[in-house]
Design a binder for this molecule. Sequence first.
Ligand code: SAH
Length: 251
Amino acid sequence: MVHFVGAGPGAPDLITLRGAELLRQADVVIYAGSLVNPALLELCKADCARYNSAEMTLEQMLDIMGQAERAGKATVRLHTGDPCLYGAVREQMDALDRLGIPYDITPGVSSFCGAAAVLRAEYTLPGVSQSVILTRMSGRTAVPEGESISALAAHGTSMVLFLSAGMLEDLQTELLRGGYAPDTPAALVYKATWLEEKTVRCTVGTLARAGREHQISKTALVLVGDFLGKDYRRSRLYDPAFTTGFREGRL
Ligand code: SAH
């Protein structure tokens, strides 16, 4: 059996209880070495075989998973954050389906949640934004037409950019072209929840400069939107005058 496990954003105690238990029981672990905190591997048994997926191809990972399966071993494929975002997990699952190898998925805390926690922010504020766009700049992996940053920026809502901290000049240009005002709040969060974590608050108009000044060009998220500002409306849900299925409103 192969267990896909979300490792969480970095801090080793942000993996789920289920994920930690699967790691303790694993005979083989294939971990995303570029972003998974190595401290998590300390949970593994002494004789657990460890492989760093950063140095491997999909075919090599499938070979290891196949060998482990034939030997009746448990494999954990440890992904950073949650496996469902930029995890290249679908191609692994489809290959395992073809090979007849069973698998399951244990979710993890995505880095976009880790970054909001670090900034003490809420992406969805009444009167400000009720949607979050998770996206990336086009890089070596092309982004489909219609999902360009400027097209998405036109919504003016909360936006989180993965895999884009190395392209802050172009990102800034695209965000402005799409319609965010230059003074729209933005933030860079480097290694959210790791010991090395760094956060920089800036604006869309100063994003590239902030990255240069703080030497942030990888392992970071860019957060953009007025949810990082001061103004919002309080919720209806907890308004004394608002009736819900659980509570009678009173003026
Ligand atoms: N599946 C992961 C994302 C993998 S893509 C998740 O759910 O978070 C890798 C990108 O995620 C990095 O380039 C960076 O943009 C972001 N990232 C991952 N961990 C991060 C962290 N702790 N702090 C800031 N950004 C992080």
